[in-house]
Ligand binder design. Structure first.
Ligand SMILES: [Zn+2]
Length: 145
């Protein structure tokens, strides 16, 4: 009974809207990320993740508000623009192949529940999926065929 009431308010307040523990990477999303990363190389690209959460599953659908960064000395600087735009998460590439988030990355990551660093070479295993604190292995990741 108590659970039912809690669930009701949970749904009512839409608190479950941003909760997920499983991530599905659609082939469209991956191909788009790969194209953006490859076309931007040797520069970084930045984008906001478009996706849907249902039953604690986040499906990554597309990337919007993409931007290319032409200053290679400043790896991992996500434009301020993103702070004012709604999105479930961020994605950006690391053309130099660095897996770890920079200090500036972490600052931006803290505003989003999911963040992706796409490392060179741009294959599925280099799609690094992190949470708001920059931790990996927080989600179960599945690639759509
Ligand atoms: Zn970065």
């Amino acid at each position: 009974m108590i659970n039912k009431i809690i669930n009701f308010f949970y749904k009512f307040l839409e608190l479950d809207r941003f909760y997920f523990d499983k991530v599905i990477v659609t082939s469209l999303f991956f191909e788009r990320a790969k194209t953006l990363a490859t076309e931007s190389y040797p520069y970084e690209f930045f984008g906001l993740i478009e996706g849907k959460i249902k039953n604690k599953i986040l499906t990554l659908e597309d990337i919007k508000f993409t931007q290319q960064k032409s200053n290679t000395n400043r790896v991992s600087t996500i434009p301020v623009l993103f702070n004012s735009v709604n999105g479930i998460g961020t994605i950006h590439s690391h053309p130099n192949g660095t897996k770890n988030p920079s200090r500036e990355d972490l600052k931006t990551f803290s505003k989003y529940p999911i963040n992706i660093i796409f490392c060179n070479p741009f294959s599925k295993k280099n799609l690094n999926i992190l949470d708001s604190k920059g931790n990996t292995n927080q989600f179960r990741i599945f690639f759509e065929n």
